[in-house]
Ligand binder design. Sequence first.
Ligand code: HEC
Length: 247
Amino acid sequence: MTRKIILTVLLFVPGLLSAAGGTSLLYTTPHINETDRAAIQRGARIFVNYCLTCHSAEYMRYKRVADDLGISEDIMKKNLMFASDKIHEGMVVAIEADDARRWFGVLPPDLSVIARARTREWLYNYFMTFYRDDKSPVGVNNATFPGVAMPNVLWELQGWQEPVYEVHTNAEGEEERTIVGMKLIEPGKQTAKEFKQTIRDLVTFMVYMAEPAELERHRLGFWVLAFLFVLLMISYALKREYWRDVH
Ligand code: HEC
């Protein structure tokens, strides 16, 4: 009996894991430096302008962003907040939950810690792989999140793309199509290179948002090392001083 249970578990666990992993990622994610303040700031701007209509980031307070990025409350208010937002509050969502459910069928999730739930690689690929799909009821699909209910909100910047398929025959002799890349069919306001940078900045902000203490840790880390170095120098000088008479 127990053996049967163990066997069943062993048989299913790998399957479950790969199912959760979903499709493999199309793009290699560029290096994301979550302590790069300029990138975080550019990403924050995209986030505020394109995402807060539907998603909240309740645990991320504007004041905290301003302090971490070393920008004044005035600049924060002017560039990164809507007039109705309060500096001490979290990033709240603009649409009503009921409307969201009616329009999308699901509630857009809070994004405060999404980078921890999904990983930076997944996020980078998610934003890079929206494509036009006439078969989908919303006209849009996503190679990283097939059947997604989120519209392609950055289409103006990126333009529209279509998947590149690879056709192969499976064991049953049926033709199968897998997406192996993306092809731009209608250019947007940004070049492909600029758009990649936009997504990189956006993901940088999201990684920072999931772990704002990281920035503080790096700052502290520097001073801790500097302190240890000074201590080392003093110890060394002392050692020389003490041993001088011995030799
Ligand atoms: C018009 C509304 C809308 C806007 C604007 C929008 N989203 Fe979404 N988003 C959704 C909906 C709805 C879902 C849920 C999709 C689903 O579960 O099928 C979603 C899902 C997501 C997910 C996946 C969450 C998960 O399940 O892991 C991420 C990440 C995300 N959005 C990030 C963003 C970012 C970043 C922006 C801004 C660039 C943005 N969204 C703008 C509606 C929106």
